[in-house]
Design a binder for this molecule. Structure first.
Ligand code: 9WO
Length: 260
């Protein structure tokens, strides 16, 4: 996969490129990360990339021409990297609070793209004509405002790259993910078995050899946590008969304590 980023602050992306899963994927050339800085495409000797909004209002907007040129340059770079076999598809994404909400499903969808370009805005946003002319999708992480699009772009890249099939340790974890999608992860434990003078113990079933009991315990833990913290997720998910049974057991066990 080839990922291009249009940003005034490409150095910020060292936060993902130099560490962990993405760092490794880059070293192994599973992913290539390229940058274009609109500042390098500014037309004047002051390298101006911002301007006052028509209609007034506070702050500045990113000028359209340097952004468009940076997008075109990064697009060509990615097409060069991917070669003729992959076709010439490049999806261009702008991140802003006005976008469609990012989800795990969207991460899976984007993980299937060979070439992606992300535009990280600054100031109070971009000239709308950039979105009309080069942006395919506008994505939001949530209803809050940041000082720039770089951090959300890094979040989205992280969510996508960890899903790529060649990325280490994906065979088992994507299997697990596919059968419990739509539920929160239940409680998890590692060694030691007891801490604080045996006051805090790992649930005994997880220490035993009964794999079926452990499997059911994990599904149950996920269901209970989802019911307690995110009932909205349960409402839109079709529970399997096994899941319904486990949740019904939990309701029955807690019926008396719910009464009073
Ligand atoms: C700043 C601002 C200041 C005064 C009045 C209105 C204003 N709007 C903005 C603004 O939206 N700035 C954005 C900063 C412009 C695009 C890049 N920036 C951004 C992206 N902030 N937050 C995001 C973002 C992206 C995805 N998901 C959540 C937030």
């Amino acid at each position: 996969m080839n990922i291009g980023v249009v940003s005034l602050f490409p150095e910020m992306f060292r936060a993902i490129s130099d560490f962990g899963v993405i760092g490794r994927a880059l070293n192994q050339k599973i992913v290539k990360l390229e940058f274009a800085n609109p500042r390098d495409f500014a037309g004047d000797r002051h390298k101006t990339v911002d301007d006052k909004p028509f209609g007034g209002g506070p702050g500045m907007l990113m000028k359209v021409e340097p952004l468009k040129k940076a997008c075109a340059a990064i697009r060509e770079k990615l097409l060069c990297l991917s070669g003729p076999a992959e076709g010439n598809a490049v999806k261009t994404i702008y991140v802003s609070p006005q976008g469609a909400r990012f989800t795990q499903q969207k991460a899976h969808e984007l993980a299937n793209c060979e070439n992606l370009v992300f535009i990280a805005g600054r100031y109070e946003g971009v000239d709308e004509r950039l979105i009309e002319s080069v942006v395919d999708e506008e994505i939001s992480l949530g209803d809050y405002v940041l000082s720039g699009g770089e951090l959300p772009v890094m979040v989205i890249i992280d969510a996508i790259v960890r899903l790529l099939p060649e990325v280490l340790g994906n065979e088992e974890s994507s299997l697990k993910e596919s059968f419990q999608t739509g539920l929160l992860e239940g409680a998890q434990f590692t060694r030691p078995r007891e801490i604080e003078g045996s006051c805090l113990r790992v649930p005994p079933v997880l220490l035993g050899g009964d794999h079926e009991a452990k499997r059911l315990w994990e599904i149950r833990a996920a269901l209970i946590r989802t019911y307690e913290r995110r009932p909205d997720l349960l409402a839109v998910r079709n529970l399997s008969s096994e899941e319904r049974k486990l949740l019904a057991e939990y309701f029955k066990e807690n019926a008396s304590s719910l009464d009073n």
